[in-house]
Design a protein around this ligand. Sequence first.
Ligand code: C2E
Ligand code: MG
Ligand code: MG
Length: 752
Amino acid sequence: MRLRGDEHTDLARASRNRMLANALVAAFAAAIFAPLIGLLVVGPWACALAYLLYHSRQTDMLLVETGPRLGPATLERRQSLNSAALAGCWASALLIFPWLSGGEQQQALVLIAMALMASSTFVFSTSPLSVLIYIGIVGTGAIAALGLDGQWQAMGGAILFTIACLVATIEVRTTFVKARLAEAALAEKEEVVSLLLREFEENEADWLWEVDTARRLRAVSPRFAFALGQPQGEVEGKPLLEMIAGSRWSSGQFPPSLHDLAERLKNRENFSNMLVQVSILGEERWWELSGTPMRDEQGRFTGFRGVGSDVTEQRKSSEKIAYLARYDTLTQLPNRLQLTEALGEALRYAVQWRTRCAMLMVDLDRFKAVNDSLGHMTGDKLLAQVSARLQSLMGENQMVGRLGGDEFAIVIRDASQSGTVRDLALRVIHRLSEPYQVDHHTLYVGASVGSAEGPRDGASVEEMMRNADLALYRAKDMGGGEHCRFEPELHATAEERRQLEVALRKALGRDEMVLHYQPVVDAHSESVVSFEALIRWNSAEHGFVSPGKFIPLAEDTRLIVPIGQWVMRKACEEARNWPEHVKVNVNVSPEQLLEPGFHDEVVQALAASGLRPERLEIEVTESIFLRDASVARNALEQVMALGCSVALDDFGTGYSSLGYLRKLKFSTIKVDRTFVQGAAQGSAESLAIINAVVAMAKSLQMTTTAEGVETGPEAELIRKLGCDKIQGFYFGRPMTAKDASSLFRMGRELRA
Ligand code: C2E
Ligand code: MG
Ligand code: MG
C-alpha cells in the first residue's frame, strides 16, 4: 500500500512530463505532416490526442489526490485505457499519415514514435502496466507501418527496439520497486529505533549520551544534562571527560575507572556496563556506562553513542549491605559472620599444616551494671573503648570481633607456640580491667576469657565456639577476671546444669520445694521481730540443692517467676500462724519485679492469707537498680503503697552506690554477712562500713539488720555498733514452718 502511495506521489510529476512530451512531439509531427496531407486530417488527430492527453492527466491527478485508498483499481484500469487510447492515436498516425503522404516523412514519424517509447520507459515508470500497453501499441503501430511499406530490415529493427523497450520497462520497474522497498524498510527501522530510544529515555534514571570524534558532548538530552548537573545548553559541545572528572580534570589524576573510560574512548573501543566513578558538582557518584563507536557510510569514525545510568544509590546500598553483613556497626569490628569465617579458615589451615589455631571468647564483667545504671548510650561508648583496646592488642594473624552484647571473640590463626593463648588472654583481661573514662564517669569493668584450641578442642567452627563458650562460662562462674581453657569435663558441668534445669522445672509440681524460716531478733530485747522465708529444694534426682545454686539458675531461665509466686503465697499463709507483731521477710528477685503482674501477685497473696500488709517485708538486693531500675522501683512503690515494707538485702556487696538509698524509702538495710564477719575479725574497713551504714540509716529513718551473726561476741559487737536487728545462726538457723510456729507456742508456754 505504501509503495503504491509513493508511486502515486511521483505520478503528478511524471504525468505532466508525459503530457508535455506528447504535446511537444505531436506538435512536431503535426508541423511535418500538415503541409503534406492537409490540416483536415492532422487537425482532428491533434484534437483527439489533446483530448486524450487531457483525460489521462485528469485520471492521473485523481489517482494522485485520492492516493491508493479510493478505488485505485478502477482508476488504474482507466489509466491503462487512456494509455491504450493515446498509443492507438499514435499508431493510427504511424499508419495513416505516411500512407496519405505517399510514404514521405515516414522515417521521421517512426523515429518520433521510438523516442516516445524510449522516454516513457524511463520517465514514466510508476504505472508499468499503462507503459507496457503504450509501448506495445505504439511499437506495433511502427512495426506495422514499416511492414506495410515493405521495409523489412527497418521493421526488424523496430521489433527489436520495441522488445528492448518492454524489457527495459520491466527492468526499470523492478529496480524502482526494490529501491522503494529498501527505502521503506530503512524508514521503518529508523522509526522503531527512535521509538525504542524514546521509551528508553523516558524510563527511570537512564539516559543516552553521544560524543563526537573529539569526545565532546553532542545532542545532549535533558535527562543527561540533569545527570551532569548542568543546563542542557551549557554542556553541549563540552568534553565529556571534563564534565565528569570534576576537580581532577586539571590535575589529570583520574580514578582508575575514569581512566579506563578515557582509554576506551581514545582507542574507539566498544564497552558495556562499565562502572565509572564520576564527580558531579563536587559530589562523587557512580555511573554505569555503555558505548559503541559510530561510523558513517564510508566507515569513518564519527564519535561514540551509548547509554548510561546513575547507580550511586544502588552501589552505596550494596556497599553498605556488604559492610553490614561483615562488620559490627557499633564498634566497627568484624561481626560474628566474619569471625566464624576466619575461624573456619584458621581450622582448615591448622589441619593442613598440622599447627594449632585458637578461639578466645571474651565477656565483660559487670557491663550490665554500667548499661543499666548509666544508660545504653554510655554503655555503647564503653563498648567502643573496649573494642579499641582489644584491637590494639591484636598481633599478626589475630582477629578480634564482636559477637553481640558485651561478648567479643578473638581468632588466632597460628597458636602453635605454647603460651600464646594464655598470654593474650591475660593481656586482654589486664587491659580491659583498667578504668575507662566515659562521659565524666570513671568506669570499672573486668573481663573473663574462655578459650578453645583447634583442632584439638573442636573439629568444626560450631564445636570450637561452643567449647570456648563453655570455658568462658566457667571463667564467669569463678567470679570473673579469669581465663579458663576448655576441658572436656566442662561438658559434664554444662550437662549437669541442663539436667538441673529440667529438674527445677518439675520441682514445684512435684512438691519438692519447702520454705524454711530464719528468725530476726531485736538487737536489744533479743525477741523475734520477724522471720525470713528461705527456700529449700530437695530434688528427687539431685538431692538437697542450695538456693545459692538453683536461684541463679531459676533467674536465668525465668523459672523464678512461678517459684517466687509460690514463695510469696506460702510465706504469707504461714505468717498467719505467728503473733501479730512478727513480720515475714520474703526475698524477691529482680526478674520478679520486672514482671507486670507483681503487684497483683502480692495483693492476692495477702488477700488469700488475710495477712496485714504491714507484716510483709520484701527483700531486694541492689541488683534491682542495675536493670530497668524505674520499672523495679515502680513495682516496689506500688507494694509499699499497700502498706508493705521493703528491705535492702546484702548491702555492700553489689555495684554499690549510696545513691540507691535516696531513690527508694527502704525500711531496713541488711548489712551483709561479710562485713559482720570482717568486723568480728577486727577489720577496720568493715567496722567503718557498718558504722557508716548505721549512721546513714538513722539519718534516713531506716533500721539496720546485721546478717550472719554466728557467735555471742559477734552479737555483742553488732549491738555496740548500733544495728537494730540481728539475724544469724547464733539466734537461730533457718527452720521448718512447724518449728517456727512452735517457737511462739513454747514462748507462750514458758511465759505461762
Ligand atoms: P539472703 O537473702 O541473704 O539470705 C540469707 C542467707 O544467709 C541464707 O542462705 C541463710 O541461710 C544464710 N545465713 C543466715 N545466717 C547465717 C549465719 O549466721 N552464717 C552463715 N554462714 N549463713 C547464714 P540461704 O538460705 O542459702 O540463701 C541464700 C540466698 O538465696 C539468700 O540470701 C537469698 O538471696 C536467696 N534466696 C533464698 N530463698 C529465696 C527465695 O525464696 N526467693 C529468692 N528470690 N531468693 C531466695
Ligand atoms: Mg534475704
Ligand atoms: Mg542477705
